[in-house]
Design a protein around this ligand. Structure first.
Ligand SMILES: Nc1nc2c(c(=O)[nH]1)N[C@H]1C(S)=C(S)[C@@H](COP(=O)(O)OP(=O)(O)OC[C@H]3O[C@@H](n4cnc5c(=O)[nH]c(N)nc54)[C@H](O)[C@@H]3O)O[C@H]1N2
Ligand SMILES: Nc1nc2c(c(=O)[nH]1)N[C@H]1C(S)=C(S)[C@@H](COP(=O)(O)OP(=O)(O)OC[C@H]3O[C@@H](n4cnc5c(=O)[nH]c(N)nc54)[C@H](O)[C@@H]3O)O[C@H]1N2
Ligand code: SF4
Ligand SMILES: [Mo]
Length: 723
């Protein structure tokens, strides 16, 4: 009886937290269907601080104005010096495009058709949670808790809705969870192996660089607020080099574009090192004091002579030599990397090889010199993780980690012990964003699999769910926007009440916990309290910055001691304290040819890149938004004239790209932006909105990278024909 009383209270509490935070009234201009959360009265316009939730290095600060419960204006916060009041084209119209979109999911739904058919009928929250709870209890009894898999990823990278409550829930359950490997899976551990950190040169310090290599990153498209710093540096005399197998938007703007074959960065970097050592262009003093493994490296790189590297990378020997000399003589030189290097079999060693370069030349000694990679360690140090990561202190923990890159294999593997019987998918769209999607489809079609999806829209993945729950958007919940590409922290205040019956991810897991009789107090913590506690920190990076400060200002730059020269005197965070050219476990970085059978090579002679070179989509997000679709046009295949001529393909022809895993129908774009033998299709399109119903990841291979179990997405062989 006592428990029941508590249950009712907790349910009421959850309802209260949904409504009680905002104190404004849903405007009458909203469609009636969106007025479910009415009851608020103030007619005054109010202003709220927020931050973009996308998995993006920029983490833009925004300001939302609300009147009568409806957003009346939305835009970047001009006061933030880094994001400077400018959101990208896909987020300028976010409230209309996502929050108020007429296709948005606003009630829980239960499947009535076949899996994947997309036929659902509304169900109440209470009933749906109860039904799922009953099934979970039965599943745990029969197959064990590990048979339940949490597939939560970075659809929102804001810290609370990303994982706080879900992590507690799945730790308490002792379920299986996915490891986050699809992005950064190889580059992060690889850079950690070399430098012991991924935190290098600060984004703003790029203005001090005089030789900038944007190595496998499309800054102008993927990291737009870094681009002004590239231009500022150029104005002060910097030369801008882009290393990319494709003529990206960024490569078009470069002073020099180097276009190697994909997956060969490790050979290129080793070739540069060979030349730099040979010509005495290294900083011997820096090497002697702060690095490990130089003698071995010197021997090792001899096999990466300009001729061999030229053959592997498909580059001119003179270019490799010139690049090595210019880089070594840069005053100072900076290498910017994100994830372009990692999405192939050699991605880990490619990253290690590139990460070695700044220590060979002692570039770290000067402001603007070194490697610029990721900044998430700033928030990792500054914020109070006791509550954010409370799940780590729980007495029970997830029992098993499974690699998200191979979700198709996992769902189809009856021999897994135990096999997966239920999957919770939130903040992710694996049917579009993870490789070998036809295998994933087969897994999600299993009748004995209970699939629960939390989403904004009926995505390709949601269509396979047994239950779909309407998730709140960033305008409707509390959160914290930490960044992996710059050094500002943001608060996200809920600006409007959740539309319809939407609830935040946290709220869903609170209700689910209640249903499972998980009575621990941690399931009662409100999102606001979690946000509050995160800023309760005495770390010097947050000096003078607390919850009240954040509520007032919205964002803050970490108080980092400057000039920030993390490795001017070594201080690497590796076990040896040195920059580790050689890894105790992996030895020196090596180029390895990707293995394909002769049959594969003959049948599928072209290498397919599926990169994020769309303007309007963010991974698969926004690909259902009409005006952004129009901007993007139809799915296209960039193909070099040599390859199109060999197949009698003309610009605009209807094509089929295919391999043993899938086939995609699209339109030919004959262009010299690719190299002969390499074709390119943009990633992010929704299968159901595309002719033929298959897209990039229906073709890609779920093979893993050499380090970290990342996704070798770009190691994908295909053939092309006209249809
Ligand atoms: N507009 C837009 N912006 C985004 C995103 C988006 O979907 N759309 N996604 C966000 C996310 S999740 C991320 S992780 C970041 C990623 O940002 P970036 O790291 O810039 O990522 P990508 O666009 O995947 O790849 C960058 C470039 O790497 C090149 N490349 C591919 N293979 C190789 C290789 O083997 N070697 C080299 N040197 N280059 C290679 C590609 O041709 C591409 O131009 O962008 C974020 N920003
Ligand atoms: N072929 C190919 N594949 C790739 C890549 C590539 O370059 N090429 N890039 C890879 C990279 S770098 C990445 S990061 C991944 C990204 O893969 P995903 O994280 O799967 O990316 P999205 O497609 O944006 O899907 C995120 C989903 O989360 C939902 N979402 C957003 N906010 C919330 C919320 O608050 N609650 C809930 N419940 N849902 C929310 C969105 O509606 C969206 O459908 O894709 C990878 N896949
Ligand atoms: S997607 Fe990136 S650039 Fe666009 S608004 Fe969000 S954080 Fe800014
Ligand atoms: Mo990513």
């Amino acid at each position: 009886m006592k428990k029941k009383e508590k249950k009712i209270n907790r349910r009421q509490f959850v309802k209260q937290t949904t409504k009680g935070f905002v104190g404004v009234h849903m405007a009458s201009i909203l469609p009636a269907s969106l007025l479910a959360a009415s009851g608020f009265t103030s007619a005054e316009a109010s202003s709220f601080h927020g931050v973009c939730y996308h998995d993006c290095p920029d983490s833009c600060s925004w300001v939302v104005k609300v009147q009568k419960g409806k957003v009346i204006s939305f835009g970047g916060d001009k006061a933030n010096p880094f994001t400077a009041g400018k959101l990208c084209g896909k987020m300028d119209t976010f409230p209309q495009d996502i929050t108020y979109h007429s296709d948005r999911l606003l009630t829980p739904m239960k499947r009535v058709g076949k899996k994947g058919e997309g036929k659902f009928e509304p169900i109440s929250w209470e009933k749906a949670i109860q039904e799922i709870g009953n099934q979970l209890k039965e599943t745990i009894k029969r197959h064990g808790s590990e048979s339940i898999l949490s597939h939560g990823y970075m659809g929102t990278q804001s810290l609370v809705q990303k994982s706080v409550m879900s992590s507690r829930f799945f730790a308490r359950m002792e379920a299986s969870v996915i490891s986050h490997t699809i992005c950064g899976g190889a580059v992060i551990p690889a850079n950690f192996q070399v430098n012991g950190t991924v935190m290098g040169v600060l984004p703003e310090d790029m203005v001090h660089s005089r030789y900038i290599i944007l190595w496998g990153t499309n800054t102008k498209n993927s990291n737009i607020h870094q681009w002004p710093y590239v231009l500022k540096a150029r104005k002060s005399g910097a030369k801008i080099i882009v290393i990319d197998p494709f003529v990206s938007a960024t490569a078009k703007e470069a002073d020099w574009h180097i276009q190697p074959l994909p997956g060969t960065d490790v050979a290129l970097a080793m070739g540069m090192i060979n030349i730099m050592i040979d010509e005495g262009l290294v900083d011997q003093d820096y090497i002697d004091n702060y690095t490990l493994g130089y003698k071995d490296l010197k021997e090792h790189v001899k096999s990466y002579d300009p001729k061999s590297v030229s053959d592997i990378c498909g580059l001119q020997e003179e270019d490799i030599i010139q690049l090595a000399r210019e880089y070594a003589n840069g005053e100072p030189s900076l290498i910017r990397i994100l994830v372009g290097i990692e999405h192939n079999y050699n991605g880990g060693d490619g990253t290690r090889a590139v990460a070695i370069l700044p220590s060979l030349t002692g570039a770290w000694r000067k402001l603007g010199g070194g490697l610029m990679h990721l900044t998430f360690e700033m928030g990792g140090r500054a914020l109070n993780w006791e509550r954010l990561s409370y799940h780590r202190q729980m007495p029970t923990q997830p029992k098993r980690k499974l690699n998200m890159v191979q979700i198709g294999q996992i769902l189809n593997n009856a021999d897994l012990n135990p096999a997966i019987k239920s999957i919770f998918i939130f903040n992710s769209n694996p049917m579009v964003t993870t490789p070998n999607a036809n295998l994933t489809k087969k897994g999600l079609e299993r009748e004995d699999l209970l699939t629960v999806v939390l989403e904004h829209f009926m995505t390709e993945t949601a269509k396979y769910a047994d239950y779909v729950f309407p998730a709140t958007t960033q305008l409707e919940h509390w959160d914290i926007g930490d960044s992996w590409g710059q050094v500002y922290i943001n608060i996200n205040q809920p600006a409007i009440a959740p539309l319809g019956e939407a609830k935040s991810n946290s709220e869903f897991f609170r209700l689910m916990a209640l249903e499972m009789n998980y009575t621990e107090e941690c399931f009662e913590e409100s999102d606001k309290d979690i946000v509050k506690s995160a800023f309760d920190s005495d770390h010097p990076y947050l000096e003078g910055i607390d919850f009240d400060y954040m509520q007032k200002h919205g964002w803050a730059r970490y108080k980092i001691p400057e000039p920030f020269l993390p490795h001017a005197d070594g201080n690497f965070e590796t076990a040896s304290g040195k920059c580790e050219f050689i890894s105790p476990s992996r030895g020196l970085p090596k180029y390895k040819e990707v293995s394909y059978t002769n049959e594969e090579k003959a049948k599928y002679p072209l290498q397919l890149l599926t990169i994020k070179n769309t303007k309007g989509f963010h991974n698969s997000s926004h690909a259902n938004i009409k005006h952004l679709q129009q901007k993007e046009g139809r799915l296209r295949l960039d193909i070099h004239p040599e390859d199109s001529n060999a197949r009698n393909i003309q610009n605009g022809d209807e094509l089929m790209v295919f391999n043993q895993r899938g086939k995609v129908l699209l339109k030919a774009k004959v262009t010299k932006r690719t190299r002969p033998g390499v074709i390119c299709m943009p990633h992010g399109f929704w299968p159901s909105l595309t002719k033929g119903g298959q897209v990039s990841n229906n073709l890609t291979d779920d093979r893993l990278t050499d380090i970290g179990g990342g996704a070798a997405l770009q190691d994908c062989r295909v053939q092309v024909t006209k249809t």
